[in-house]
Structure formats: structure tokens, C-alpha cells
Design a protein around this ligand. Structure first.
Ligand code: SF4
Length: 326
């Protein structure tokens, strides 16, 4: 039986696998639950305010329902709400391990953080580095599904989203994850390329609503670039953990994210970008910078709670696609 360790965002999971622990991305537990809306309600009953990001409340309930005893809190590079969330969890008996991505992606500071994580989990750094090869082998088929989406038109944007977003914890078992992804690739390769679709990019944290990708497809549009999800799958060839986690764009300043968005949208011939912003999230402020610097038509979509697209969002999406086609 492996010790389960809850994650609130992507961390160097190589350390956890070296320690024979099982990482559990609490975001994934929340958003794939049968009743994510009731998980928000449970957190609000436990005292979380209504005007706080729903992901924070979902993570809280996911951790409590799953009986998670230890959580890694990314105290720099993810979300300022994490601080208070961790205080609540700690007050309820959950052990909290803090991890910080250095603001200026300083390699020396990141190296120290990874060493510290190794020491807390009782593994040598070399053992964590050795896990990199194993996890890279699991990331590879997830990234191949992404390629089969944008380059071959065989996989859907939603499939690329799901496989790359799941690379944060590999559903707890990277070897099984890799086998499942390879089976999926075999199935995908048997398909006919889909008819010509309008090519979209998606920037921002993964959507909290369940039917965005399906709705876009029903209108003849496909997401061929999932920005943050692709980052979770560590899309760059790197030689060690410090290089890998300094190239990972999400936890640092928005400007490297924007460079990645511009380069990939160009590379993938994207016609328009959806920038998803979560209600009550500080990242909404960055919408201005993305709009100023990314030279593409951009639709900013904001959602609060889990569920399906409402009529107003559908109308905005339809209008955006009409403009792109025009
Ligand atoms: S969406 Fe924003 S506010 Fe919510 S958990 Fe993520 S970073 Fe924090």
C-alpha cells in the first residue's frame, strides 16, 4: 500500500514516486467526481465563502472525502488561496508540506526546493532524478495524443486535454498510465482524419464546465492547443529535474506563458484563442496582458461552478466562431 499524497497543482512528482508514494491530484478528483457541485456546497457548509474560487473548495472537499493525510502545498507559483486552504486542512489534522517555485525561475533556488522535498520524503536526489526517465516514458504517449490531435486531426482536443491534464499525477501509476495511453493511441490511429474544423487554442487553467469541448465540436471547431494542460505533460526534452521544472511555464510569470502561447498557436495554425478565466481567480488580471500580446482574435470565457455551459456562454461562443469564419 503506497502512502497517498494530495497535490493542489503539479509538483516534481519524481520525488514522490522515488519515495514509493502515490500522488493524487485533488483537482482531478474534484472535477471528475459524479457530484462536483455538491463538493462545492460541502466546502461552503464547512465555512468557505461563496466568493472564493470553486477549485479551492473542490480541492478541500476532495482531500477530506478521500481521507488524504498529507498534502503538498505550492505556496509560490500557483495560488494565493492555497495558504488559507492549507491552514484549514492543517487545523483538521492533515500534514502540509510546502513547496515554492521561485518567482524568477531561479535554477539554484529551485534546486534547493527539490532537494528539500527529497529530504522531507526521505529519498536521495539521484533516486528522484532516476524516476524522470520512467515518468518521461509515461508523458510521451500523452504528448503523442496531443500531436495526433493538432497535426493529424485524429484525436480530439478533449482527448488531448484529458491525457495531458492527467500527467500531473498519472492517476497514481505511471506505468499503467503509459500502457492505457498507448492502447488509446492504437484506437486513435484506426480513425479517419476528421473533416476540416476551425482550429482553436485554449489558454488558462482547465475548464470547470464539462461540455465546452463537445459544444465547440458540435459547431465544427476543435481545440488543437491546450496551453496549461500541455505544460502539465512537460513537453520539452530536458536532462534533469531543474531544467524540466524551470522550463515548465505555469508557475512563473505570465510572459513565458505568453511566449509559449504565441509560438504554439503559430506552429499549430490556430485561428482564434479561448482564454478561460475562473471566477474569483487572480489570473483574470493577466487577461489584459494576453490580449495585448497575442495577435489573434480572443474570446475570454469566465465560469464559476461545475456544470454545463449556460445559454449566454453558448451565444458568445457561437458569435466568436462566426467572426472567425467571417
Ligand atoms: S483557478 Fe485561480 S484562484 Fe482557483 S485555484 Fe486555480 S489559481 Fe487559485
Amino acid at each position: 500500500m503506497h502512502d497517498e499524497v494530495g497535490l493542489t497543482t503539479t509538483v516534481p512528482v519524481e520525488v514522490l514516486f522515488a519515495a514509493n508514494c502515490r500522488p493524487v491530484d485533488l483537482n482531478n478528483i474534484f472535477v471528475t467526481a459524479d457530484d462536483p457541485a455538491s463538493m462545492i456546497a460541502s466546502a461552503e457548509e464547512a465555512g468557505f465563502p461563496r466568493n472564493i474560487c470553486a477549485w479551492v473548495k473542490g480541492i478541500y472537499t476532495a482531500a477530506r472525502r478521500a481521507g488524504i493525510r498529507r498534502v503538498i502545498a505550492v505556496v509560490q507559483g500557483d495560488c494565493s488561496n492555497t495558504h488559507a486552504l492549507m491552514e484549514i486542512l492543517e487545523s483538521e489534522g492533515v500534514e502540509v508540506v510546502d513547496f515554492a517555485y521561485p518567482y524568477k525561475r531561479d535554477a539554484k533556488l529551485l534546486n534547493e526546493q527539490i532537494d528539500r522535498l527529497c529530504s522531507i520524503f526521505g529519498v536521495r536526489r539521484a533516486e528522484a532524478e532516476a524516476q524522470k526517465e520512467r515518468l518521461d516514458a509515461a508523458r510521451k504517449p500523452a504528448l503523442e495524443i496531443d500531436r495526433l490531435c493538432w497535426q493529424e486531426g485524429l484525436a480530439t482536443g478533449e482527448e488531448a486535454h484529458l491525457w495531458t491534464v492527467s500527467s500531473s499525477d498519472f492517476n497514481g501509476d505511471p506505468d499503467a498510465f503509459a500502457l492505457e495511453a498507448e492502447d488509446e493511441i492504437v484506437e486513435i490511429l484506426c480513425r479517419e482524419p476528421q473533416k476540416k474544423m476551425l482550429r482553436l487554442g485554449y489558454a488558462g487553467v482547465p475548464p470547470i464546465v464539462s461540455d465546452l469541448y463537445a459544444f465547440l465540436r458540435s459547431l465544427g471547431a476543435e481545440v488543437v492547443f491546450n496551453e496549461v494542460q500541455r505544460q502539465f505533460a512537460m513537453p520539452y526534452e530536458t536532462s534533469d529535474l531543474v531544467e524540466q521544472y524551470t522550463r515548465y511555464t505555469y508557475p512563473y510569470d505570465v510572459f513565458h506563458r505568453i511566449d509559449d502561447i504565441i509560438a504554439e498557436c503559430r506552429h499549430r495554425s490556430v485561428a482564434g484563442l479561448i482564454h478561460y478565466v475562473q471566477s474569483f481567480c487572480f489570473r483574470q488580471i493577466q487577461d489584459r496582458l494576453i490580449r495585448e500580446r497575442v495577435d489573434l482574435p480572443i474570446l475570454t470565457l469566465e465560469f464559476d461552478r461545475p456544470g454545463r455551459l449556460d445559454a449566454s456562454a453558448k451565444t458568445r461562443i457561437e458569435t466568436f466562431l462566426e467572426v472567425l469564419r467571417g
